[in-house]
Design a protein around this ligand. Structure first.
Ligand SMILES: Nc1ncnc2c1ncn2[C@@H]1O[C@H](COP(=O)(O)OP(=O)(O)OP(=O)(O)O)[C@@H](O)[C@H]1O
Ligand SMILES: [Mg+2]
Length: 205
């Protein structure tokens, strides 16, 4: 809708458009197009996973590298938050599909940024837990009530409070990815009442 509105204004205004307004409209279009891209990519991935045709390409790798790559890519999204990253030294490699784990982290971190107020902390920790690597992402947002904690992993479940941008796919994809890696993902209350999303990726499957 914002793309249509911006393009319409640009077309209507013809040539005599203040350059700053012009730029603002283009930025809106850019932002919205990126959002649509993500939505479609998420939607296709979920469909493929459900159909069993998304081929996982697993090889042993370090979660730390992927976390760092995701944070670098999401710098813009995370600008308003204080990100604290704690990567333990003794992290074992785990068999994983790098592209899928990247997407899993992106979806969860994006939620933390979207649903918690600017200026608050987002903590990301990765540590070894028995025969798995455990990753936990906590924020200082409103949290997810216990009654919702199973449901949010279902597709299309979400509320519209997070800037009204959600389509409710992010966590269902995260769930599908973790499960296909033989791990599990769950929600808890973070210290201070926010959301804590944790997942385990086992060293052997
Ligand atoms: N960190 C969080 N804090 C508070 N609520 C959350 C958080 N993460 C998820 N939720 C709730 O769970 C719902 C489902 O999350 P999910 O990522 O699947 O969908 P979305 O973010 O709404 O849309 P999408 O990820 O497809 O853009 C959200 O709409 C929100 O209500
Ligand atoms: Mg999401």
């Amino acid at each position: 809708a914002s793309i249509m509105a911006s393009v319409t204004s640009l077309l209507d205004a013809g040539v005599d458009f203040a350059p700053t307004d012009h730029r603002e409209l283009l930025e809106t279009i850019h932002h919205e197009a990126a959002r649509l891209n993500r939505l479609i990519a998420n939607f296709l991935d979920l469909s493929r996973m459900r159909a069993g045709v998304l081929v996982a390409n697993r090889s042993p790798g370090g979660i730390d590298e992927i976390v760092e790559a995701v944070l670098a890519r999401m710098r813009e999204t995370l600008r308003g938050h204080n990100v604290r990253l704690i990567l333990r030294e003794d992290l074992p490699d785990v068999p994983m599909d790098m592209v899928q784990i990247d997407q899993l982290l992106t979806n969860v971190i994006e939620n933390a940024a979207k649903f918690s107020p600017p200026g608050t902390d987002i903590h990301i920790t990765a540590s070894r837990w028995r025969d798995a690597v455990r990753v936990r992402i906590t924020d200082q947002g409103p949290g997810i009530p216990p009654s919702q904690r199973e449901r949010v992993f279902e597709p299309f479940i979400g509320d519209r409070t997070g800037n009204g941008t959600g389509s409710g796919l992010g966590l269902s994809i995260a769930h599908a990815i973790v499960t296909s890696h033989g791990g599990r993902i769950w929600l808890e209350t973070a210290p201070g009442g926010g959301t804590a999303v944790s997942f385990d990726l086992p060293m052997t499957k």
